[in-house]
Design a protein around this ligand. Sequence first.
Ligand code: PLP
Length: 233
Amino acid sequence: MTDELAARLADIDARIALAARASRRDPTEITRIVVTKFHPASLVEHLAALGVTDVGENRQQELSAKVDELREIPALRWHFIGQAQTNKARAVRQAASVVHSVDRARLADAFERAGLDGAGPLTPLEVLIQVNLTDDPGRGGAAPDEIERLAEHIIGGCGTLRLRGLMAVAPLDEDPAPAFARLHEYAARLRTVAPDATWISAGMTGDFAEAIAAGATHLRIGSAITGPRPQHG
Ligand SMILES: *Cc1c(COP(=O)(O)O)cnc(C)c1O
């Protein structure tokens, strides 16, 4: 089990390094987050034993349960990558070091309130603005023309949050390369109002090479490392 996991992890890291060099980028500047959703906490334990520090979850309850179960492993950085509801902001803030999916002012305010009330070990909480690369509002993420306003809201009004950059998921019905090229432009726009917000969270099992070519700094890779996800009941 651990041998297989180690082999898949090494294989992905080699492919990340290759893709980085092909784009004349330094692979050490790219953070590989292992997405462990639907897998048991024991898998995260195996990953930690292999040196993994950054793990991602997309559901608050699962995140909170795993963080609780694995509190003995202090080196883990938990990334929340799922759509968040304002009434879950406190619980997410209690468990996560980074939230990739802030897509509206009300949600930023909910994380801010949780921080002011003392929820969570980390102040500031690192956040990214999720941007929607499709025309379907149901896919989550702020519309591209809302990025600057939301960034100004976070910087001006949310002192317990630190805006780090943009996150996006590639559309299902479009080649990821042009979609990630748009994300790269949006990231440049964000930096005009938030010069320190330099992170680009993009790239999953099927499209991380394209994301690296478009400047991704944080990859969110699940099944290529963990194996297929168990069915979720
Ligand atoms: C599940 C998930 C991933 C990882 O997907 P894989 O295809 O398994 O690599 C990345 N980002 C988000 C937002 C996810 O929900």
